[in-house]
Design a protein around this ligand. Structure first.
Ligand code: SAM
Length: 334
């Protein structure tokens, strides 16, 4: 009898078949992972270039691990392990997935924010591999949900749509610069692990109120503005932001913009031990876009998270957050 967990079983399937495809097609591991995920989803081998002998080997592997027997979270975690393996060898520094513990925690916050809503639309404008977005969708159970993901990198978006297909999520993907016009209606919830840095397109940036008056604009500022623009009145934003957002040279402008458009519901600081130094530390910013029934909380939720591995301290924090949502959030059914 196998002693492997379901996640390990699936990971070995993705890994073994990606290695076979990588050798046969002479491509990178991540490209081969996207191909094998597509095969698993279609339940057939779609690459014409693969020899008959290799097709037989692959078919044997796929048949031994039927994807229908696995839950969404098992699929997401196994795929995530393969993505991490591929990214280790990738030369592209932007191939950075949101860490699992953070995705799970944001999923929990999303379920709290969306508690009383029935039909939910969710956008991730920097969807990457789809790990964060699908983790969040997996944590908002039994709701009618539609997702939207936008991403500039064409390999990442292929990995993302295969991730989403395997988990049978309804997500529309857009392979584009998300700071160009997005043809997506405002949503109930925007989630984003915001890309940090300078945006090289000054003409594009000039359309944003958070543009820099001098030189390139900060892409993280423009991403926040774009995210707010694509949120419905009364909708929520869960944004993974750098801690230095509030102390940078353009922090005043950012503060004014947020105060004008949103209510700050909370700020959850991730444990510093997760980051290589204090400068790269991040927090989860919880915003609600202003709207008719939106009220300022009596007290914003301000939390410093302990290490995720400290189970007792985490339990205490979750109890505190649960009780904050209970007291602060009026039931609203939209
Ligand atoms: N949450 C994602 C995941 O789970 O895989 C990872 C997000 S990663 C921190 C930021 C992503 O933003 C990268 O995938 C990067 O390619 C993308 N990105 C950066 N600038 C962008 C832009 N202007 N438009 C669209 N995507 C962009």
């Amino acid at each position: 009898m196998s002693t492997q967990s379901p996640v390990e079983n699936l990971f070995y399937l993705f890994d073994k078949t990606a290695n076979i495809i990588q050798q046969e097609l002479n491509c990178t591991y991540l490209e081969a992972l996207a191909e094998t995920a597509e095969n698993v989803f279609h339940q057939s081998i779609i690459q014409d270039e693969i020899s008959e002998m290799t097709k037989k080997r692959l078919e044997k592997e796929y048949q031994a691990v039927p994807i229908g027997h696995y839950s969404n979270e098992e699929i997401r975690k196994a795929y995530q392990l393969s993505l991490l393996k591929g990214m280790k060898h990738s030369t592209q520094s932007n191939h950075q997935m949101t860490p699992d513990a953070v995705s799970l925690f944001m999923g929990y916050l999303a379920s709290k924010c969306m508690d009383n809503r029935k039909n939910i639309s969710i956008l991730d404008p920097a969807v990457g591999t789809g790990n964060l977005l699908t983790s969040i969708m997996n944590h908002i159970p039994s709701k009618e949900m539609i997702g939207f993901g936008s991403e500039i990198d064409d390999l990442l978006i292929r990995l993302a749509y295969n991730n989403s297909n395997l988990q049978k999520h309804t997500i529309q993907f857009f392979n584009q610069d998300s700071l160009e016009p997005l043809y997506i209606d405002p949503v109930d919830l925007v989630v984003c692990d915001i890309p940090i840095g300078y945006y090289p397109n000054d003409i594009g940036a000039s359309k944003f109120s958070l543009k820099s008056n001098d030189g390139h604009s900060y892409s993280h500022h423009l991403f926040i503005e774009q995210s707010v623009k694509h949120t419905k009145a009364g909708g929520y934003l869960l944004l993974l932001i750098p801690n230095h957002l509030f102390t940078s040279d353009q922090a005043d402008k950012m503060h004014r913009f947020i105060k004008e458009q949103c209510i700050i519901q909370g700020l959850v600081q991730l444990p510093l031990s997760m980051f290589k130094d204090e400068k790269s530390a991040k927090s989860i910013f919880i915003l609600q876009k202003k709207g008719n029934e939106v009220t300022q909380p009596k007290q914003a939720l301000l939390v410093d998270l302990p290490k995720f591995s400290n189970k007792d301290a985490m339990r205490g924090i979750i109890a505190r957050i649960d009780s904050w949502f209970k007291t602060e959030k009026q039931p609203s059914t939209r």
